[in-house]
Design a protein around this ligand. Sequence first.
Ligand code: NAG
Ligand code: NAG
Ligand code: NAG
Ligand code: NAG
Ligand code: NAG
Ligand code: NAG
Length: 668
Amino acid sequence: MWKCAVLVYLVASFVGGDRSDVLIDIEGSSWLQNEHLGEMIDHSFEGSRCCNVFVKGDNRALFRQFIELYGHDYTLGAINRKCYAYFLLAKDPAHLIAGIAKIPTIIALTQILVIVDAEITENSRLFNVSFYKNANVNIISRSGMWSLSEMFLRPRIFKNVVRPSDMRHSRGIVNLEGRQLQVATFYVPPLSYLSTSDNKTVEQVEGEFFSSNNPLEWDGVEVKLFMMMAKRLNFTWMIRKPNGGYRYGRARNSTWEGGMIGQLFRKEVDLAFGGIWFMHDPYRYVNLSVPWYQVSIHFLVPRPQPITNFWALTRPITVHVWIAVVTTVIVQSLHVWVKAWINPKVPSRFRSFANTLTELIGRLVGLWAPQKTDGLRVQLHLWHFAGLLIVTAYCSSLAARLTTPDYENRIDTPDQFLKTNLTWGREGPIPKFDDYFEEKYREKMMRKFKSEKSLDDRKEKIDRGNYAIVGRIINCIFFPENDVSASDLRDYRVMKEPFGKYYLSFATQPWLVLSLNKMMTRLIEHGFTAFHLKDVIHRRTSTSLREVLIERDGDNSDGPVPLKLKPLGAGFIVLFLGLTTATIVFYFEIRRKDNDKWPSRHHRRRPEHNSKNWNTRRRPRNPCSRLNPAAAPKTEIWRNGPNVSSDFFLLRNRNSNQIIFLDVRIHE
Ligand SMILES: *[C@@H]1O[C@H](CO)[C@@H](O)[C@H](O)[C@H]1NC(C)=O
Ligand SMILES: *[C@@H]1O[C@H](CO)[C@@H](O)[C@H](O)[C@H]1NC(C)=O
Ligand SMILES: *[C@@H]1O[C@H](CO)[C@@H](O)[C@H](O)[C@H]1NC(C)=O
Ligand SMILES: *[C@@H]1O[C@H](CO)[C@@H](O)[C@H](O)[C@H]1NC(C)=O
Ligand SMILES: *[C@@H]1O[C@H](CO)[C@@H](O)[C@H](O)[C@H]1NC(C)=O
Ligand SMILES: *[C@@H]1O[C@H](CO)[C@@H](O)[C@H](O)[C@H]1NC(C)=O
C-alpha cells in the first residue's frame, strides 16, 4: 500500500495533471484505465479498420487490453501494407526504435501509437522526430503522454499532452499557419499563364521564380485553383519554373530526372501543377492529388482542299443507277427489235438493232420523237416519261454538284492520320511516346515525329505543308503544345478523334496530399473547377483557336462556284470523240469521191452521182414502191409522183449499170 502511494505520487509529478489518468497496478495487470486507453486508440487510429501490432517483452496484460479495446483485425509479426495503423508495445525504447524503422513512415496516412511500458524522459531517443517522417504519432509511457505535431507544420515537435482528446491529429482541410510552400509550374495555357521570372536562390537551390506584377500572368485554371487552396489551407508560396531541360522530367532507374516531378522528388518544391497527367510513372515517385479534369491529345490537321474531278459528270447518280439505266436501255431495245420482226405494224426501221438502240436512247434523253410509232405507242410513251424523270433527276443533281466545291476527305481518326504523309513535332526534349499514344499507334507516330528548334522552324514546316500540330483539347477548345501564330492556324482544323485521354492532377509531397485531395474534391463538388475552366477559357481564348473548330469544306457560304473545264471534262471528251469520228468518216468519203472522178469499167455508179443533171424536184423516198421489179427483168424504172405536169423516168440496165434518164413532158 505504501509502495503504491509512492508510485502514484511519482507518476502524478511527471504527468502534472489529473491523478485519475493513470492507474498503477502492482500485480502486473495494466496501468492504463480502459476508458482512457480506448479514447487514445480512437484518436490515434482515427478511421482505421485494421492494424499492425509490434510487441516486445512480456506485456501480456497491456496487449490483451489493447486488443479488446481496439476491436478490429490486427496483424502480428508481419506488416500488412493495406493497414496504415501501427501499434507498438515494449519496455525498452531501443526495441521500439527498431520496430519504427520497419514502418513506411513516408506515407502520410500512417498512424503510430507507441506504448512504452516504462518511464521515459524528454531526451529519450524515441523523441527523435526524424524517425517519423510523415506519420502521425502518439507516445504513451508510464511517465506521461506525448503527441507529435502534424506533419504539415514545421518544425515538428513532441507536445506533452494531458487529455486523451489532445492526441487527435487534424487531417484534410487544415491550417498551415502561413507556412511558405515552394511551388513549381510553367507557362501552359489555359492552365497557367505565368511567364516572367527572376533568378533567385532559395534554401541553397537556384531557381527561376515568377515575379510578374501583371495580373494577366497570374491567371490560368490551375493557378486559380491553387490560389483558392492557398487561401483555404492558409499557406504562402513562391512559384518557380521546372529545371533540368524537361517540363515534367523522366524516370531514370530509381530516380526522377529533371522537370517539376524531379524537383518534387528531390524535395526542392512541395507542390507542382501545370498539366501534370495522373499516370503510373510519376505516381511511383511522388504523390498525385485526385484528378480534376480529363484532357485529350489531339492534332490540328490541314483542312481538306477543294478538288475538281474529271469524272464529275458521272457523279450525280451512283454506279448502280448507271448500271440500271444501261440495262434497261438494252432490254427495251431488244424488246422493240424482236417485236418489230414479229409484228408487221411496227415500223420496219426497228428491224435494225442498232437503229432501235440509237432511237431509244434518243427518246430516253428527249431528243428524238418521230411520229411513226405504230404498235409501240404506249410502250414508248412510258419510255419517254421514264426518260423525263431520269434526265430531270440527273440534271438537277448535276447542277447542284458542279456548282458546289468538291473537297478532299477529312482526316478525323488516328488510322486516317497514319495513312497520310503528315509529320508532327514540338520544341524541347523528345516526348515520351508511351504517354502520348496507345500501343498500336506508338511506333508509327514515333517515326512521324521531327524535333523543332523554334517558332520559325515550325512556321517553315507549316508553310511547306504536310504538318500536323499537336495539342490538347480542354473544354472543347484546342490548345497547341507549342506557340503557333494565329495566321498559321488558318488552314488547319481539329481532328475529330483523340489519340489519347488523360486526367489532370497536382503533384505534391506526401505530407500535403491528404489536404490537397480534400481541397480538390471540394472544389470539384462545388463547381469551382468547372467555373474557372469556363471563365479562363472564355476570357483568354483567341478567335484563331476557335476558328479551327469550324469546318469550311461542308458549307457553301461562298455561293455557287463557276464551272471550270475539268469537271466538264468527260462531256468534252465525248464531243471530241464524236468530232474525231466524224472527221475520219468525212476523210474516207472524200477519198471515195476522188476515186469516182476516174470511173473504171467495173466501178459502180450510184444514181445520185448524176443528180446535178437531173430535174431539181425531190425524188420519191422509196422509188421502187410503185413498180413491180419482176415486170422489168433487165431494166429498173423509177418514176416521180403522179399528177404532176412534168414527169421523168430513170431506167437502169441491171447488167451494165447504165442509167438512162427520160424526161417526159405531158401536155394536157
Ligand atoms: C535522429 O536520428 C537520426 C537518424 O535517423 C540521426 O542522424 C540523428 O542524429 C538523431 N538525432 C538525435 C538528436 O539523436
Ligand atoms: C493563417 O496563418 C497566420 C499565421 O500563422 C495566422 O495569423 C492566421 O490567423 C491564419 N489564418 C486563418 C484564417 O487561420
Ligand atoms: C536565369 O538562369 C537561367 C539558367 O539557369 C538563364 O538561362 C536565365 O537567362 C536566367 N535569367 C535571368 C533573368 O537572369
Ligand atoms: C540505369 O540502369 C541501367 C541498368 O539497368 C544501367 O546500365 C545504367 O547505367 C543506369 N543509369 C544510371 C544513370 O544510373
Ligand atoms: C504517396 O506516395 C507513396 C509512394 O510514392 C505511396 O506509397 C503512398 O501511398 C502515396 N500516398 C498517398 C496518400 O497517395
Ligand atoms: C511523303 O513525304 C515525303 C517527304 O516528306 C516524300 O518523300 C514522299 O514522297 C511523300 N509520300 C507521299 C505518298 O506523298
